[in-house]
Design a protein around this ligand. Structure first.
Ligand SMILES: CC(C)(COP(=O)(O)OP(=O)(O)OC[C@H]1O[C@@H](n2cnc3c(N)ncnc32)[C@H](O)[C@@H]1OP(=O)(O)O)[C@@H](O)C(=O)NCCC(=O)NCCS
Length: 147
């Protein structure tokens, strides 16, 4: 199930963040700010087993069309969770366009976005300090031709 983030999810999100971005995880304060500024577009993916909820992933994006972050627990990857979260963002974006920056070295995420119909539209040199970002973009017309 996908639902909006609530502050009770914070510790689970921080755990996903630390495991997903060991070099530069967002901290507690950043997620609280994201919750304040993007209350409807900070979403979590919840799985229920033995009546217990587990937060397996999250996505936060700006409705005008920019993904701030997406991550799935390493143990839960390649099960379609990232795809479901991104599809939800595609449905909710006002302008039917999404952009995202991805580290040049993050080949897994690049493959994921490519599979989801994103195309590279530019490079931001040293966007991450000493590493470039690839700028990727999705529009419905691109998706139709690729998927
Ligand atoms: C990127 C990420 C969110 C994908 O989540 P996920 O739940 O594993 O993705 P899905 O299972 O929905 O993958 C959908 C498709 O994308 C492609 N894909 C996803 N991860 C991939 C990888 N590491 N390598 C190659 N292709 C990949 C595959 O085609 C996959 O379909 P398949 O498993 O049937 O082959 C996850 O790997 C992650 O959290 N990474 C670390 C954080 C990160 O880099 N976030 C992006 C920052 S911009």
């Amino acid at each position: 199930m996908i639902r909006p983030f609530s502050l009770a999810d914070l510790n689970a999100i921080l755990q996903i963040e630390r495991e997903s971005f060991p070099k530069s995880p967002y901290d507690r304060r950043t997620f609280i700010e994201l919750h304040t500024f993007c209350p409807e577009t900070f979403l979590v993916y919840v799985e229920t087993a033995d009546q217990r909820e587990q937060i397996s992933g999250y996505i936060v994006f700006i409705p005008e069309g920019r993904i701030i972050s997406i991550a799935v627990l390493p143990s839960q990857r390649r099960k379609g969770i990232g795809k479901e979260l991104l599809r939800k963002a595609m449905e909710m974006t006002h302008l039917k366009r999404l952009r995202v920056e991805v580290r040049r070295s993050n080949l897994g995420a690049q493959a994921f976005y490519s599979r989801m119909g994103f195309q590279m539209i530019g490079i931001s040199p040293n966007y991450y300090g000493n590493e470039d970002a690839f700028i990727l973009q999705w529009t419905p017309s691109i998706e139709k031709t690729l998927m």
